[in-house]
Design a protein around this ligand. Structure first.
Ligand code: MEV
Length: 295
């Protein structure tokens, strides 16, 4: 018998990478989901209709989750849904949450969200080593949150809804490589890193306030500043820069890469929903793919 579970994607508005060093991250949930169908199988198996998945990491994640949940049965997992796996949108975490929820259903475990989140984190380790936990938290709870590594999260107050365009570089984001790159930057340029980190902390403080006050111009400005700092630590590649430029030319209030970088996805804040649709057309005219999402 098949059981199904799902987990949601996310975009990080401010603070990716620096969240690993204690800075808060502000993230917004996507309605796009990873959905899995699981059924008992003699071995762990993974299939999908979605491009860009890594079957080895996916199988390893299933194994890690089964072990953490102390389940001594194997499963064939089929991944579907509308969450792109190119990276930056929390697809691996959404996949892990989906598996935990499907197992919860299968065994009628009545897991709390907290337990779902904890088990999903175990799956995330197969993809990203020691991730901050922001992605699995978003995939579990959704909404808009301020996340602090090791401390948990609080819901963000949002005064005005925000219309974003998400665009994919078409290149998978090698998140763990990018995390290692930032670590290297920190080791090689400790003073510069300290300076950048304190600027990010200011962005987070001002960003949270701007979101609560519905100040879209300010949020956009802070996104641009955040992107510059991500570029400085070396996680923005040519395709990220190209998309950010297209966003800006199309009049976006702000634009940045989101998530791990090194490819993956970029986001733009639009003035309103119609503007978001116009920006998306420009993205597609330039040969990239994307979609519009509202907070
Ligand atoms: C990935 O969505 C976000 C990063 O900060 C990694 C992490 O938080 O573990 C790049």
């Amino acid at each position: 018998m098949t059981s199904q579970g799902s987990g949601n994607g996310k975009i990080i508005l401010f603070g990716e990478h620096f969240v690993n060093y204690g800075c808060p991250a502000l993230a917004v949930g996507l309605s796009n989901k990873a959905i899995v169908d699981i059924k008992p199988s003699p071995i762990i198996d993974f299939t999908t209709d979605i491009n860009g998945c890594n079957p080895d990491y996916s199988k390893k994640a299933i194994g890690y989750i089964l072990k953490a949940m102390r389940i001594n049965e194997n499963f064939a997992v089929h991944l579907k849904g509308d969450l792109p796996t190119v990276g930056g949108l929390g697809s691996s975490a959404a996949f892990s949450v989906a598996i935990v929820r499907a197992l919860d259903k299968k065994y009628d475990l009545k897991l709390t969200n907290e337990q779902v989140n904890d088990y999903a984190y175990e799956g995330e380790k197969s993809f990203h080593g020691e991730p901050s936990g922001v992605d699995n938290t978003m995939a579990t709870y959704g909404g808009a949150i301020k996340f602090i590594r090791g401390k948990g999260f609080t819901k963000l107050k949002i005064l005005k809804s925000m219309n974003f365009v998400v665009a994919s570089t078409g290149k998978s984001s090698p998140t763990s490589q990018m995390v290692a790159k930032v670590k290297e930057f920190k080791v090689n340029h400790p003073e510069k890193f300290k300076h950048i980190f304190s600027k990010i902390e200011q962005i987070i403080l001002q960003g949270e306030k701007a979101i609560a006050e519905g100040d879209l111009d300010k949020i956009g400005h802070l996104m641009n500043e955040n992107h510059k700092l991500l570029y400085e630590v070396g996680v923005s590649i040519l395709e990220n820069e190209k998309i950010v430029e297209i966003f800006k030319t199309a009049g976006a209030l702000g634009a940045k890469l989101t998530g791990g970088g090194g490819g993956g996805c970029c986001i733009a804040l639009a003035k309103d929903i119609n503007h978001a649709k116009e920006i998306l057309i420009k993205i597609k005219e330039n040969g990239f793919d994307g979609f519009v999402t509202t907070s």
